[in-house]
Design a protein around this ligand. Structure first.
Ligand code: NAD
Length: 307
C-alpha cells in the first residue's frame, strides 16, 4: 500500500475535533485531511468512528474505537480492505470511570448530586454508605479495559477477580475463572463489570441466569457494548430488587431513548458512552495510526489488525 492520502472522517467529531487528529498525523510522506462522506473516494486510508460502505473502496480503515462490531468484516475481507482498531489505549480512562461508579455507589455521591439539584440536605441512612477495601469486583473480560479496571480498583483495595476464555492467570487479578464458569465467578461479587467485545459468543451473555446468579446487593457495570446484556431483563432485575443497582455506559439503543426506565432509577448511573473520553484521545489514536504507517513503510504486519 502506497499511502498518499489519509482521511480523518468527520464522524470522529463525537469524540474529538477531526482537525486535531489530521494535524497530529501530518507527515511529509502523505497528506492527512478531514473528510466528509463525499471525500472518502480520494483516500487510501480512513480513520473513522462510524462505518460507511464507501470505505470498501479504500485500502485501510482504522477505527478510533476498540469495539468494531459495527463494521461488516465479511465485506471488508471480500474487498481486501484492512481493518485496524484502537484496542490498547482505554485502560486508564475506563479504569478511572469504573472506579468513579464504584465510589459513587459506596460513598453515595450520586445521591448527593441528585439531592443538590433539588436543594435538599439529605443524608444517607446509617447503613447505606460503605467502603471498598475487601469488596470483590468480578471483571468479565481481562483485556485492555479489564486490566485497566483491575489496576485502578486494586489500588482502592478492591479484590479483583476475572473471567476470560482460558483460566490462565492475568496480572492484577486475584483469581481467574474460564467463561464456562461465569455464573460461579459472578455469584460472590459485590460488583460485576463487563468488558468483553460484542461477538456472536458474547451477545446476550448477561441474561436472566446471570442476573439470578448475582447477589441481591450487587452492582452491575457495563462499559462494553449494550448487546452483551439482555437490557429488558436487567431492567426487571433492577425493578424487582434482585440487583442493588447498575452503572451503564452502553445500551442496546444509543442514545438511550428518553422513555427508558433506566433514566429514572435512583440506583442507576447512566453515562452516554463516554467511559473512555479524554482530551488526549486524538493523540492516543494518532500514535496507533502513526505506528501502522511506519509498519506499512517497512512492510511489517499491522498492529491491532482485525480484518
Ligand atoms: P481487548 O481486545 O483488549 O480485550 C477484550 C478481551 O475480551 C480479550 O482479552 C478477549 O480475549 C476477551 N474476550 C472475548 N470474548 C470473550 C468471551 N466470550 N469471554 C471472556 N472473554 C472474552 O479490548 P478492550 O480494549 O479491552 O475493549 C473491549 C471492548 O470494550 C471493546 O470491544 C468495546 O466493545 C468496549 N469498549 C467500550 C468503551 C466505552 O467507551 N465504553 C471503550 C473501549 C472499549
Amino acid at each position: 500500500l502506497d499511502l498518499e492520502r489519509v482521511g480523518v472522517h468527520d464522524s470522529v467529531e463525537t469524540v474529538f475535533p477531526p482537525e486535531e487528529l489530521a494535524t497530529y498525523l501530518a507527515a511529509p510522506s502523505f497528506e492527512a485531511a478531514v473528510i466528509g462522506d463525499d471525500g472518502i473516494g480520494g483516500c487510501d486510508a480512513v480513520v473513522t468512528l462510524e462505518h460507511r460502505d464507501a470505505f470498501l473502496e479504500c485500502e485501510w480503515v482504522h477505527s478510533i474505537q476498540a469495539g468494531v462490531d459495527r463494521f461488516p468484516f465479511d465485506a471488508f475481507s471480500a474487498h481486501d480492505v484492512v481493518l485496524t482498531n484502537s484496542t490498547g489505549i482505554h485502560d486508564r480512562t475506563v479504569g478511572e470511570t469504573v472506579a468513579g461508579y464504584l465510589l459513587a455507589f459506596s460513598r453515595r455521591l450520586h445521591d448527593h448530586v441528585a439531592n443538590q439539584r433539588d436543594r435538599r440536605w439529605g443524608r444517607p441512612d446509617w447503613d447505606e454508605a460503605f467502603t471498598l477495601p475487601g469488596k470483590t469486583a468480578c471483571v468479565v473480560g481481562t483485556g485492555t479495559l479489564g486490566s485497566g479496571i483491575a489496576d485502578v480498583l486494586g489500588a482502592l483495595g478492591v479484590r479483583v477477580t476475572g473471567v476470560r476464555r482460558s483460566s490462565e492467570p492475568v496480572p492484577g487479578f486475584e483469581e481467574i475463572y474460564p467463561t464456562g464458569e461465569l455464573l460461579e465467578a459472578i455469584s460472590d461479587a459485590e460488583f460485576v463489570i463487563v468488558t468483553v467485545p460484542l461477538t456472536d459468543e458474547t451477545r446476550g451473555l448477561f441474561d436472566a441466569a446471570a442476573f439470578d446468579a448475582m447477589r441481591d446487593d450487587a452492582y452491575f457495570v457495563n462499559v462494553a457494548r449494550g448487546g452483551v446484556v439482555d437490557q429488558d431483563t436487567l431492567v426487571e432485575a433492577l425493578e424487582s430488587g434482585t440487583l442493588a443497582g447498575a452503572a451503564l455506559d452502553v445500551f442496546e439503543d444509543e442514545p438511550l431513548p428518553e422513555e427508558s426506565p433506566l433514566w429514572g432509577m435512583d440506583e442507576v448511573i447512566v453515562t452516554p458512552h463516554c467511559a473512555a473520553f479524554t482530551r488526549d484521545y486524538f493523540r492516543d489514536v494518532g500514535d496507533i495510526v502513526r505506528e501502522n504507517v511506519d509498519r506499512l513503510e517497512s512492510g511489517e504486519s499491522l498492529y491491532n489488525r482485525v480484518v
